[in-house]
Design a protein around this ligand. Structure first.
Ligand SMILES: COc1nc(N)nc2c1ncn2[C@H]1C[C@H](O)[C@@H](COP(=O)(O)OP(=O)(O)OP(=O)(O)O)O1
Length: 146
């Protein structure tokens, strides 16, 4: 989930789980029976203690890993601009606001720099990425017409 307000984007330093130590948006794994929207709203509440009120799904990321022991990940990406509550640090995440022009891509998963700029221009997208550990090997990206 990427909340954007007044030219700033709400990011987290992830403290545990997949991608611990990286900067990302809040998010996490489905619980049984959840839709993607229910999942992301719950994860944002758990990780940042806020309730997003206008989530919209913008795209899907498909990750595969060369090692064969990590299962493929299908990741639904949402954007929003309003929420209730105050973003707060939790055992899972430390929130911070970044100017949209200064997103710290070098601290994020390598795929983010390929699709996040298009999403921030309001474009929906679908992408496929192959990773070897933390290193991105290959990708394909489809976005809506500019
Ligand atoms: C492989 O590349 C990835 N790129 C990006 N941009 N994001 C990724 C990548 N791999 C995983 N993610 C995202 C997807 C989720 O938002 C988190 C993974 O969260 P995790 O499964 O660790 O979630 P937890 O917080 O542990 O969830 P539970 O609370 O359900 O255990 O990273």
């Amino acid at each position: 989930m990427f909340v954007v307000q007044g030219g700033k984007i709400l990011l987290i330093r992830k403290k545990r789980g997949i991608g611990a130590g990286k900067v990302n948006g809040p998010g996490g794994k489905f619980e049984p029976g959840e839709t993607a929207l229910q999942c992301v709203l719950r994860e944002v509440r758990e990780e940042l203690r806020i309730d997003v009120t206008d989530a919209r799904e913008m795209g899907v990321l498909n990750f595969s890993f060369t090692c064969g022991t990590i299962p493929e990940i299908r990741c639904h990406v949402f954007m929003a601009s309003s929420f209730t509550g105050t973003p707060s640090e939790t055992p899972e995440a430390e929130p911070f606001w970044s100017p949209v022009e200064e997103i710290p891509y070098d601290l994020m998963w390598q795929d983010d720099r390929y699709w996040l700029p298009a999403m921030l221009r309001g474009k929906r997208f679908q992408a496929f990425f192959t990773f070897e550990g933390d290193r991105m090997l290959d990708y394909s990206l489809e976005t809506e017409e500019e």
